[in-house]
Design a protein around this ligand. Sequence first.
Ligand SMILES: [Zn+2]
Ligand SMILES: [Zn+2]
Length: 106
Amino acid sequence: MFFFFVGGLEQQAREVLKSGAGRCINCGSRADLVEYDKVLKLFFVPVWRWPGKHPLMHCNSCKLFFPPALKIDSSSAAVTEALRCRSCDRLVDPEFRFCPFCGSAI
Ligand SMILES: [Zn+2]
Ligand SMILES: [Zn+2]
């Protein structure tokens, strides 16, 4: 997310965790898995900087940051988990708030 007016929030790669961990979703170049800092800029001067919570993918060609979840660990396990009733362990439509099989709250 970039803002091209007087102030804005930028992301800057701080440390490469895994070089060439994936491909850029924009240009297809090699992208690195990086730790990044969020940098708040006012009049193009960094005034505040804090570390990002999760590593991001960073493309060296087009400087795009994007979440690694799109390419690696698409957290399919977590999704499957959410679709199961915790009481009877049956697959439940995620729209449901109660399990149609055993009536437990989901
Ligand atoms: Zn790119
Ligand atoms: Zn159930």
